[in-house]
Design a protein around this ligand. Structure first.
Ligand code: GLN
Length: 557
């Protein structure tokens, strides 16, 4: 390994008992705490599945695919990392078994292993370790690399990753590596008790493979008493002060604050002997207070097809929380199935909301319901934001109902349509392979002078992240434009429509890109902030008092 100016330290976060305990949020929260103590932090997620990336997976399998500036399609936990520590990650931040095996097999085919038998240990584990240290080697100033291991301890797929981090512990020593295990302390109602046994078993499973966790983060619905902490510590071989309570809370953005109250950052600084300043979380705390104590409430409908799986729209949900902050508003999301709109009519679902968002999506199912929702918001002047497929639906609706182009459609859904107002991008025509071949990542966009987009962004040039194959068909720009559709964002060469909007409507705007991927709690995305502002205005104009906020509506963790 080339010599570095400073020794990077490694924190590994594993999970036990069940999945979905919030490992990503724990990793992101630790990242924020250490960053706020002046340390240079990198975050990374290991995903043990064989897919090279989640881009080819169905949202029902995986939830949202989070796209980075460099175009990599990654796990949604990377969204939490970017939102909490406010950085732009890159392709090295998400490592899958697929990538690891692919690299090793390619090397084997080239003959690089010089006749050796290629094995999980050491070849696969070496490749995993090199992905861990890569983030540190790319930048001399990195103090900490935090690596989250996907899945749950005991999963067959995760074994090579756990073995690799065990070896890292040995090679870099306890002063440079720290193992944090996230686990669950379930509460049994019948006996009115918190149970520690599942945690004991999952730590036992870790220790069997040679990893002794240094810190346990315990998800719980109730406070952990000193006695319980002592008991967990005793059975799991950690001091009671290293048993950290991770109690359910109102917003995920509160987690770093609660971790700090448990002295988690002090503990990490102590264990890794880090030189750093005291914590400064003042601005973050102010933001969290605003999230927890909103003054107003608006109802925004999300009209989509994956609404039973909220993880499919994770970044959108978060972007609305961020957008609520400067508006002192809680955004109540009303999940509407586009298929139900098609079956039961639009009025029933979106007549009593203050705004509508149509998110991205793929395939024909539910499309007519979305188009109907666009018609309704356009005609009734309800604030609207369309994202990617949402923009495409807005164009189809306008072409059909305003321009009189009967049966206008996207080539994605109807290849025989007489008016393909949305068609396949030129560079997509020859592509047959599915993985990583869409128009992906950040592209520049010029904003049209005098447009609503210009007012919202307050700058002439922007850069936003994309994930799509289809685009507005330029042959229809004139017809659409003549009837009042404004192309308010264009690629710098003018060839691609990136944003559209309508005049004579308080807020009707859509983007071919995904603004939700760049929203941050301390820097809400202007398009979302604008939608919430418009929704508040719309609500006032209806003279309907803000809907009362119930505690359950506010719970989003
Ligand atoms: N299916 C559409 C396309 O590929 C929209 C994609 C999206 O919404 N992300 O262009």
């Amino acid at each position: 390994m080339p010599r570095k100016k400073k020794q990077t330290k490694y924190i590994f976060i594993s999970g036990g008992v069940t999945s979905s305990l919030g490992k990503g949020i724990a990793a992101a929260s630790i990242g924020l705490l250490l960053k706020s103590r002046g340390l240079e932090v990198r975050l990374q997620k290991f995903d043990p599945y064989i897919n090279v990336d989640p881009g080819t997976m169905n949202p029902f399998q995986h939830g949202e695919v989070y796209v980075l500036d460099d175009g990599s399609e990654t796990d949604l936990d990377l969204g939490h990392y970017e939102r909490f520590i406010d950085v732009s990650l890159n392709k090295f931040s998400n490592v899958t078994s697929g990538q690891v095996y692919d690299a090793v097999i390619q090397r084997e085919r080239r003959g690089d292993y010089l006749g050796a038998t290629v094995q999980v240990i050491p070849h696969i584990t070496d490749e995993i370790k090199s992905r861990c240290t890569l983030l540190a080697q790319m930048d001399d100033n990195v103090d900490i690399v935090i690596t989250e291991i996907g899945g749950t301890v005991g999963d067959i797929e995760a074994m090579p990753f756990l073995e690799a981090i065990r070896q890292m512990g040995l090679e870099y020593g306890p002063e440079n590596t720290l193992f944090i295990h996230l686990t669950l302390i379930p509460y049994l109602k019948t006996s009115d008790e918190l149970k520690t046994k599942p945690t004991q078993h999952s730590v036992k499973a870790l220790r069997e493979i040679g990893i002794q966790p240094n810190i346990l983060i315990c998800r719980t619905t109730r406070k952990l008493s000193r006695d319980i902490k002592r008991k967990i510590g005793l059975f799991c071989n950690v001091p009671p002060e290293a048993v950290i309570q991770d109690i359910d809370c109102q917003t995920i953005y509160e987690v770093p604050i609660l971790f700090h109250c448990e002295l988690l950052d002090n503990l990490i600084v102590h264990y890794l002997d880090l030189l750093c300043k005291d914590l400064d979380l003042e601005e973050w705390k102010k933001m969290v207070e605003k999230v927890k104590k909103p003054v107003h409430n608006v109802r925004i409908a999300i009209v989509g097809k994956y609404i039973n799986l909220r993880d499919a729209y994770k970044s959108i949900t978060e972007a609305f929380i961020h957008a609520g902050v400067p508006n002192d508003t809680h955004v109540e999301l009303v999940w509407v199935s586009s298929e139900e709109i098609a079956d039961e009519g639009v009025e029933k679902f979106i007549s009593n909301v203050d705004g509508v968002l149509i998110p991205g999506g793929f395939g024909e199912r539910g499309i007519e319901g979305k188009i109907e929702a666009v018609r309704y918001v356009r005609e009734n002047k309800i604030p609207f934001l369309g994202l990617c497929l949402g923009l495409q639906c807005a164009v189809i609706e306008f072409a059909r109902n305003v321009c009189g182009l009967k049966n206008a459609n996207s080539y994605e859904f109807d290849q025989k349509t007489p008016h393909p107002v949305i068609h396949l991008m030129d560079e997509q025509r020859k592509i047959t392979r599915k993985g990583g071949t869409m128009r992906l990542g950040a592209y520049p966009c010029n904003i049209t002078k005098g447009s609503l987009a210009e007012k919202i962004y307050n700058k002439p040039k922007i850069s936003e992240r994309h994930r799509h194959r289809y685009e507005v068909n330029n042959e229809f720009r004139n017809v659409l434009g003549d009837k009042g559709m404004v192309f308010s964002g264009l690629s710098p060469d003018g060839a691609l429509v990136e944003m559209i909007e309508l005049q004579n409507h308080p807020y009707f705007i859509a983007s071919q890109f995904h603004p939700e991927l760049k929203s941050r709690p301390m820097a809400p995305h202007p398009l979302f902030k604008g939608l919430v502002e418009a929704a508040l205005k719309y609500q006032k104009s209806k003279k309907v008092p803000s809907t009362k906020i119930s505690a359950s509506t506010l719970k989003n963790k």
